[in-house]
Design a protein around this ligand. Structure first.
Ligand code: NAD
Length: 469
């Protein structure tokens, strides 16, 4: 069986090629059997996820700590509770989100009924990243199962303990034939991508997204790409600096800034920059003490390579707080930089770490021009008390999401679509949007006896009719 072929792998985390193929074939076989379409089956899977979260949270926390140094409170909030809330919402609305919707029929068609049917797509591939390694696999999985698909899950090899935990726990709580977990890195994912899936849902960086989309194009497989990029923050002079600093410190430094919707850089006026930086420094000290390397609530960078990458960005401005690093310990202190040049290294790529550059512009309109001159962000934040500023951001910018006076909590609102635009991705999910993403909306028309205008088309055109036409 595929699971026997996979289990004692000589390469540890990786799945042998034959087992990759067998896992995909098994998921496809189950979908073809029709099992995953039943509403009872879908409900059982979602309840399975609920039980997994209830009974195995401590194992998830331990894996999170091993891979990312996340403390239990942080991982409970961002990895377990968020998924719990999504699965609860989905179970509550499952019937409503999956049922057929009748729609009106124009007179031209005559007597008929029409409805839109939400059908499962088939077998879908979900590829996860390392930064929220559990959450970002399970959230799309909920939508895929609710829509009645069979699924192949590919956790990130860069979070190996979480990957192994997912591979061990999922078959215990979900239909082990319909939900296959394939562990591994580039080689295994490349192999997976050779198979014709019915949908591919990828979360990660843009360069790999392009590889995924190219492979998908061979089979005309639709993709959802959840990517990242630099998410800017405008801090208006009208904003309350203390609550702004509170939100920014939490958003930027939890998970060490390794969050796709983390505030990447700040734009503000020259008068606000210095007091804002001081306030952020004060809140940072309050949150993590004078030595964050000893703080229990401060995490670590995923690996040495990323720690070294981040270290090189520290020279891009004047350090207001932080600046210390330790590559061997995968530590980068929470850091705020002032006097940052837009052409400096820290402004060239998504930071994805605990470094917060502050840049100055004349006003919010110049901030909008600055943002619009760069790739479309996944998240865009503005702290302001002014209606006019809110309107300008809403009307003159484009981004995956737009959030005022807070950061990252937009993710918790499952009635809002979550996804990017342009360089930050394509497609959306969460709540009903997930079910829509993993469904095909089929138009179904049923003609009824009675009025049939096609009869006219078949009849010879009379002189009177010719006049009307
Ligand atoms: P990663 O390195 O774990 O890669 C993501 C996935 O792609 C992994 O499963 C990996 O095995 C696979 N992969 C890597 N190289 C591949 C290749 N050559 N061919 C096929 N598959 C390959 O994660 P990452 O990309 O470093 O993640 C960080 C990025 O993801 C950031 O840019 C971040 O903003 C973005 N992100 C976006 C979201 C979102 O929801 N939009 C969430 C988290 C992270």
């Amino acid at each position: 069986t595929p699971s026997e072929a996979r289990s004692p792998s000589h390469r540890g985390l990786c799945t042998p090629p034959a087992a990759v193929d067998a896992g995909v074939a098994e998921a496809k076989r189950v979908f073809a059997s029709g099992r995953t379409r039943s509403m009872d089956w879908r409900r059982e899977q979602l309840q399975g996820i609920q039980r997994l979260l209830q009974e195995r949270a401590s194992e998830i926390h331990a894996a999170m700590h091993a891979d990312l140094g996340k403390n239990d409170v942080d991982s409970h909030l961002t990895e377990v509770l968020s998924v719990k809330s999504e699965v609860k919402q989905t179970l509550k609305h499952l019937t409503q989100w999956t049922r057929a919707r009748s729609t009106s029929v124009p007179l031209l068609v005559g007597s008929a009924r029409a409805h839109v049917q939400r059908q499962p797509l088939g077998t879908v591939l979900i590829i996860g990243p390392w930064n929220y390694p559990f959450h970002l696999l399970l959230m799309p999985l909920i939508g895929a199962l609710a829509a009645g698909n069979s699924v192949v899950l590919k956790p990130s090899e860069l979070a190996p303990t979480v990957s192994a935990t997912v591979a061990r726990l999922i078959p215990q709580y979900l239909d082990p034939e319909a939900v296959q977990v394939i562990e591994g890195g580039v080689e295994e994912t490349t192999r997976l991508l050779e198979h014709p899936f019915d949908h591919i849902f990828y979360t990660g960086n843009g360069a790999v997204a392009s590889i995924v989309m190219t492979a998908a194009a061979k089979h005309l497989t639709p993709v959802t790409l959840e990517l990242g990029g630099k998410s800017p923050v405008w801090v208006d002079p009208s904003a309350d600096l203390t609550s702004t600093a509170d939100a920014l410190v939490w958003g930027k430094f939890s998970n060490c800034g390794q969050t796709c919707v983390a505030p990447d850089y700040l734009l503000t006026t020259p008068e606000i920059a210095e007091p804002l930086a001081r306030e952020i420094a004060r809140v940072t000290r309050r949150a993590f003490g004078t030595d964050p390397s000893a703080a229990e609530n401060y995490g670590r960078i995923i690996n040495e390579r990323h720690t070294e990458r981040l270290t090189k960005l520290l020279g891009s401005g004047r350090v207001v707080i932080g600046g210390q690093t330790d590559a061997a310990a995968r530590y980068v202190a929470p850091t705020v930089l002032l006097e940052v040049d837009p052409d400096s290294p820290v402004m060239q790529e998504e930071i994805f770490g605990p470094i917060l550059p502050i840049l100055t512009v004349a006003d919010h309109r110049e901030a909008i021009d600055f943002i619009n001159a760069r790739p479309k962000p996944l998240a865009l934040y503005a702290f302001t008390e002014r209606e006019e500023v809110r309107e300008d951001f809403q009307e003159r910018t484009s981004s995956g999401g737009l959030t005022f006076n807070t950061v990252m909590t937009q993710l918790a609102v499952s009635s809002l679509p979550f996804g990017g635009v342009g360089a930050s991705g394509m497609g959306r999910y969460h709540g009903e949007y997930s079910v829509a993403t993993f469904s095909h909306e089929r138009g179904v028309l049923r003609k009824l006896p009675g009025f049939d205008p096609t009869r006219w088309a078949k009849a010879p055109i009379s002189r009177g009719m010719r006049k009307i036409l």
